[in-house]
Ligand binder design. Structure first.
Ligand code: C5P
Ligand code: MG
Length: 204
């Protein structure tokens, strides 16, 4: 029963360290596949800019490059998913960031009769990440993009708390990696190859 429904949706986790190009590539993927883009980082920034209770809760963590507590992030994610009952699929960008978030995502999607189809990690080395984030910080207005110490902390949080999520989905045969260095279109081509291959395999 679940299997049939599961395969009618394309749910992707776009994975990788901060500054690896997830937001840029997610934008191109939703255009091609008609998916709903959910960036938890963007959601937090929206809440902060409107000074909502959720934004106030998240602010101190984000300023330091730490993770917002799982319960807060998971609740926000659930609301966003449930706001799109007719979605053809979702692209999760910057979520899940912890194993607890991955388990919560799986439970939520199972409740809806669906599942994560694939996790795709953009591979970019640290030196390039720091360079890209500083460049983005010059125009993004994001304070967490401007301070090298905070950037380094975000990278270490990624390595310690987030990278186990790759292994979690790898143990389910769902994790893939692509080279995140190159032009936007080159990287997009690599992502499309993985998405099309896994979508075909899921329908077989
Ligand atoms: O995904 P992005 O890099 O835009 O996230 C910016 C910040 O938002 C992170 O450094 C972190 O402080 C917070 N965040 C979080 N949990 C998530 C996504 C983002 O704590 N799942
Ligand atoms: Mg982003």
């Amino acid at each position: 029963m679940y299997r049939i429904l599961e395969h009618t949706m394309i749910n992707l986790v776009l994975f990788g360290p901060p500054g690896s190009g997830k937001g840029t590539q997610a934008q191109k993927i939703i255009e091609k596949y008609g998916l709903v883009h959910i960036s938890t980082g963007d959601l937090f920034r929206y809440e902060m800019s409107h000074d909502t209770p959720l934004g106030q809760q998240a602010k101190a963590y984000i300023a330091k490059g730490e993770l917002v507590p799982d319960s807060v992030t998971i609740g926000m994610l659930r609301n966003k998913v449930e706001a799109h009952p007719d979605a053809k699929g979702f692209i999760f960008d910057g979520f899940p960031r912890t194993i607890a978030q991955a388990e919560a995502l799986d439970a939520l999607l199972l409740e809806k009769g669906t599942a994560v189809m694939a996790l795709i990690a953009l591979q970019v080395h640290d030196q390039e990440i720091v360079k890209r984030i500083k460049l983005r910080g010059a125009t993004s207005g994001r304070t967490d993009d401007s301070d090298e110490e905070i950037i380094r902390n975000r990278i270490s949080v990624y390595k310690n708390e987030t990278s186990p999520v790759f292994d979690y989905y790898a143990s389910k045969g769902k994790s893939h990696s692509v080279n995140g260095i190159g032009s936007i279109d080159e990287i997009f081509g690599r992502l499309v190859d993985v998405i099309d291959q896994t979508a075909v395999a899921a329908r077989a």
